[in-house]
Design a protein around this ligand. Structure first.
Ligand code: SAM
Length: 338
């Protein structure tokens, strides 16, 4: 197994069979130790923070796995207005956040112009911050406008690298090709791109995960976000099991070895399967945490899956320290990819 890990570290890629062998292996100690060594070469012991602001849970899409899908009539819908979003950024800035992630469903209420106004508001008041958008599939011109209005980064997972698998996770009106083409458009528009996939989504097997991993190479992303699928009771996938947190940890380590300088979050979904997994994510090579800054009364309605975890910053800081790392407060947290 050491041989495989060493080969991955040197070549940053393996054959399909080698990847499968690595993913099936239960001996993870060496893999995690190499992933941490590589992470520390680029980022030392620092953990970067992103303040997550879930500003709308309205969504025109109907992804079968997602709790804020259009057809979930039990979802209590909300939107944060421009002034509220700015308020959240302001208070986040005061406690040391220098990056804000504005995430939401695909909500037609937030036209390009509205998004641009929000971006401009934040940047004119807080010039030394980075703004990440995560609001789904848009036209190239929209991504360009977002960029010129102050967006620095964009998160858009492809969810799965297989068009056939994509079609099992989404209704017909949604298109794998469109999702992928958005990732290229984001790049062209000059945004730093983060992408990734769900681990353990229904109908996924290890071979499709190997393809998910290889697909990352098409984009050479600055950020890679992966997290376990977790069922939501009001979706068509309510009765499917959650993805494995252990496999997610292995994949974080593999991705760290494939993309040594990438920004890799230890995600909320991973922490939802057990608070210890968030730290384990860091010890498998992740270097980013995304504490939730959404106002508490709204946060509880941004339920993309059941039992979504919330960990206060002080608690996270303690966990990070217990892992031998520290939160690099006041750091905008750019990737070291050149
Ligand atoms: N609308 C934007 C988009 O499509 O990228 C951002 C919001 S969307 C809710 C953010 C991510 O949540 C998706 O990319 C998906 O991977 C993840 N997600 C949704 N439902 C999930 C579930 N049941 N379990 C785990 N992750 C989920």
């Amino acid at each position: 197994m050491r041989e495989l890990v060493d080969r991955l570290e040197q070549k940053r890629l393996l054959s399909e069979n080698e990847f499968l062998k690595l993913l099936e292996n239960k001996e993870t100690e060496y893999l995690f130790s190499r992933a941490c060594a590589v992470r520390e070469r680029y980022y030392g012991k620092a953990v970067y923070l992103r303040g997550l602001i879930e500003f709308t849970n309205y969504c025109k899409n109907n992804c079968y796995y997602c709790g804020i899908r259009r057809d979930n009539k039990n979802a209590v819908r909300y939107r944060l207005e421009r002034a509220q979003i700015l308020d959240v950024c302001r208070s986040g800035y005061e406690i040391g956040f220098r990056t804000f992630v504005l995430q939401g469903g695909e909500d037609p209420y937030f036209t390009d112009d509205k998004i641009c106004e929000i971006l401009a508001d934040i940047k004119s008041e807080i010039s030394d911050c980075a703004i990440t958008l995560s609001i789904g599939e848009k036209k190239y011109q929209s991504y360009q406008k977002f960029r010129t209005s102050g967006a620095d980064r964009y998160l858009l997972r492809y969810e799965t690298a297989s068009p056939a698998h994509y079609a099992k996770l989404h209704p017909q009106e949604m298109s794998f090709d469109r999702r992928i083409s958005c990732l290229y458009k984001l790049n062209q528009a000059g945004l730093q791109v983060g992408t990734g996939f769900m681990v353990g989504s229904p109908f996924q097997d290890l071979t499709s995960i190997v393809n998910d991993l290889k697909k990352l190479n098409d984009f050479k992303p600055q950020m890679v976000g992966i997290g376990p699928f977790i069922p939501h009771k009001d979706t068509p996938f309510a009765s499917f099991a959650s993805g494995s947190p252990e496999l997610t940890l292995v994949l974080i380590a593999v991705i760290r070895l494939m993309f040594p300088a990438a920004l890799l979050p230890s995600t909320t979904a991973l922490g939802t399967l057990g608070s210890e997994y968030r730290v384990k994510g860091l010890l498998a090579g992740a270097n980013v945490l995304m504490p939730n800054l959404t106002p508490p009364c709204n946060r509880e309605n941004y339920k993309i899956y059941d039992n979504k975890a919330y960990e206060p910053l002080e608690e996270l800081a303690k966990q990070v320290e217990s892992a031998g790392y520290y939160i690099d407060i006041n750091n905008i947290g750019d990737s070291k990819i050149v």
